[in-house]
Design a binder for this molecule. Structure first.
Ligand code: SF4
Ligand code: SF4
Length: 113
C-alpha cells in the first residue's frame, strides 16, 4: 500500500525539487512575462525551453529550494514557480519516487494503519 501524502507534508519534504529536471517554455520567465519565473534562476535547454538552475544535472537540486530536505523546506519563488511545479501533486507516482530516492520513509501512522 502506498504512503498517503498530503500538501502539508511538502513543507517538510522537498524531495521532488531535488530529483527531476524542471523544464518549461522560456516564455514563462520574467524576460517577457512580468511576475513570471525569475530568468536569473533558469538556464537555456534548447530554442524553446529553459530549466530551473540546478535541475539539469546528475543529482538535480533546484537553486530556488531553501532549507533541508525532510526537515523544513520552502520554495523561494513559490508565487512565481513554473508550470511543472504547479502541476506536480503530492501523492502522485513521481512524488513517491522522489521521496524513495531521498530515503524518506512512510509516516508511522501509515505503517500502523
Ligand atoms: S515529493 Fe511529494 S511530498 Fe515531497 S515536496 Fe514533492 S510533492 Fe510534496
Ligand atoms: S521552483 Fe520551487 S517548487 Fe519548483 S523545483 Fe524549484 S524549489 Fe521546487
Amino acid at each position: 500500500m502506498l504512503e498517503q501524502v498530503e500538501d502539508s507534508d511538502c513543507v517538510i519534504c522537498g524531495a521532488c525539487c531535488a530529483s527531476f529536471r524542471v523544464s518549461f517554455y522560456w516564455g514563462e520567465t520574467d524576460l517577457i512575462n512580468p511576475g513570471g519565473v525569475p530568468e536569473a534562476l533558469t538556464e537555456k535547454l534548447n530554442h524553446h525551453r529553459v530549466v530551473m538552475r540546478g535541475t539539469n544535472q546528475k543529482n538535480p537540486y533546484c537553486l530556488a529550494l531553501q532549507g533541508e530536505i525532510n526537515k523544513q523546506v520552502s520554495c523561494t519563488i513559490y508565487p512565481q514557480r513554473p508550470t511543472p511545479c504547479r502541476d506536480f501533486l503530492p501523492g502522485e507516482a513521481a512524488c513517491h519516487q522522489a521521496r524513495r530516492q531521498h530515503g524518506i520513509t512512510p509516516k508511522l501512522t501509515e505503517i500502523c494503519a
